[in-house]
Ligand binder design. Sequence first.
Ligand SMILES: Nc1ncnc2c1ncn2[C@@H]1O[C@H](COP(=O)(O)OP(=O)(O)OP(=O)(O)O)[C@@H](O)[C@H]1O
Length: 127
Amino acid sequence: MKGRNPFSFERLLRSFTYAIQGFWYAVKTEKNFQIHLIAALVVSACGFAFKLNKVEWLFILLCIFGMLSLELLNSAIEKTVDLVTDEIRPLAKQAKDLAAGAVLVYAVMTVVIGLLIFIPKIMVLLR
Ligand SMILES: Nc1ncnc2c1ncn2[C@@H]1O[C@H](COP(=O)(O)OP(=O)(O)OP(=O)(O)O)[C@@H](O)[C@H]1O
């Protein structure tokens, strides 16, 4: 059937375009996402400055891209909740706070990984 092929190149390209639009919307409008992007750039610069090895880069990349992805999902959940209701409702609060909790849990992990990787290198510099 015409237009129904799930593997068509146009369909794939269209989905990719929508994803880029979502990413760009977050870059332009979402304050927390902008903060995470700046943090990602700073951490990457530190990674190059401290000449991280391949395994350290893998962990840093997982932290950076995982954090950015979760932040996008969190924003999507916030928008969905706002779409469903503009009234104060306990379920709306729970949904938003749970999504924010997911970001927090991952953020704690990224901070711990960042400290484990960078603190020994900073100590060597300070010796
Ligand atoms: N419709 C709602 N009903 C009940 N509580 C809500 C509702 N919308 C938001 N809240 C709660 O109010 C608090 C602030 O929500 P808000 O959406 O302003 O989040 P925020 O952290 O300021 O997010 P951002 O600044 O990223 O938009 C959160 O605890 C959230 O769960």
